[in-house]
Design a protein around this ligand. Structure first.
Ligand code: PHE
Length: 337
């Protein structure tokens, strides 16, 4: 029987030495109710009274040995699991990190903000108007009655007969004058729409920035000085501006305004197509009919307005020759600004 107990001890020891030993299974196999050691103890009744204490002592020793060996293994396995976990979770701080691609403002938004800052610096506030607009605000109140030829150059998208996508930011002039009495000094940037086919210089959706100043004694000289300050801040201190007579139904007199080419300084180069000048906006003195329509007395007040395409300014400033680049969202292009 002692030999049997020794055999059990050796067998248990061997099994526990296996690295992936199932400790609970081993415990049940030897020490459980139907375990091998338990079976030996049950058979002790067959021993002589002299043998019994001796075999009993050995049996207890074997039991203690197995219990202890299991306890040691449990600790070992726990530690091993922790080490494995630590190893798996280790961070190699010397590895190159994942590159985070930081976004940035679109050049259209950058330039719009730059323009806003310049005008805010001159005392303007920023106002907004709806993109889905009434025919009244987009045309009629701007001195463009039905069948006026100016409607042809600003053909747009109609929602109903008298609701459309605004073709210019000028309706915000009217909305502002209806709400606010002079002195008025506002700019209004935003999206505008025209039924133009897409090409290098046209898009059915583009952006404008409108300006409006109404007060007592406002003259064309104020318009000129203000636009000159804008142009110098936007394109450089040596920039000159030039007014060319033009026609807009809602301003009188009206002008198209050019800036001297900031690349060649006016001598003529590739950027300005040898003109020396680049057109950037339309402007003029607010037409008396427009003022009257907003209940502002043209005998008492006068004002000027201007409107410019933000795309045109971006393309001029950065020498971009194809407007479509601004809408394609190609990071290789946008990342350059
Ligand atoms: N709204 C005009 C356009 O889109 C520009 C303009 C604005 C002209 C204000 C004069 C005064 O062409």
């Amino acid at each position: 029987m002692k030999a049997k107990l020794e055999e059990i001890r050796l067998a248990a020891e061997a099994q526990l030495a296996e690295p992936s030993a199932d400790l609970e299974a081993i415990r049940i196999k030897y020490l459980g109710k139907k375990g091998e050691l338990t079976a030996v103890l049950r058979g002790m009744g067959a021993l002589t009274p002299e043998e019994r204490p001796i075999v009993g002592a050995v049996a207890n020793e074997v039991r203690a040995f197995i219990e202890n060996a299991i306890a040691v293994k449990v600790e070992e396995q726990k530690k091993g699991a922790l080490l494995d976990k630590l190893k798996a979770e280790r961070i190699d701080i010397t590895m190159p990190g994942d590159k985070i691609i930081a976004g940035r403002r679109h050049p259209l938004a950058q330039v719009r903000r730059e323009m806003e800052d310049i005008f805010i610096g001159m005392g303007f506030s920023v106002v907004e108007g709806p993109e889905v607009e009434y025919d009244y605000y987009n045309f009629q109140a701007l001195n463009i009655p039905e069948n006026h030829p100016a409607r042809d150059t600003q053909d747009t998208f109609y929602i109903t007969d008298n609701i459309l996508l605004r073709s210019q930011t000028s309706p915000v002039q009217v909305r502002t004058m209806e709400k606010q009495k002079p002195p008025i000094r506002v700019i209004s940037p935003g999206r505008v729409y025209r039924s133009d086919a897409v090409d290098a210089t046209h898009s059915p959706l583009f952006h404008q920035l409108e300006g409006l100043v109404v007060d007592k004694g406002i003259t064309m000289g104020d318009l000129k000085g203000m636009l000159e300050t804008f142009a110098k801040t936007m394109f450089g201190e040596s920039t000159k501006i030039r007014f060319r007579p033009h026609h807009f139904p809602f301003t009188e007199p009206s002008a198209e305004v050019d800036v001297s080419c900031f690349v060649c300084g006016g001598k003529g180069c590739r950027l300005c197509k040898n003109e020396g000048w680049m057109e950037i906006l339309g402007a003029g003195m607010v037409h008396p009919n427009v003022l009257r329509g907003c209940n502002i007395d043209p005998e008492e007040y006068s004002g000027f307005a201007f409107g410019m395409g933000i795309e045109r300014i971006v393309m001029t400033k950065y020498n971009i020759d194809d407007m479509r680049l601004l809408y394609e969202n190609d990071m290789r292009f946008l990342g350059q600004f």
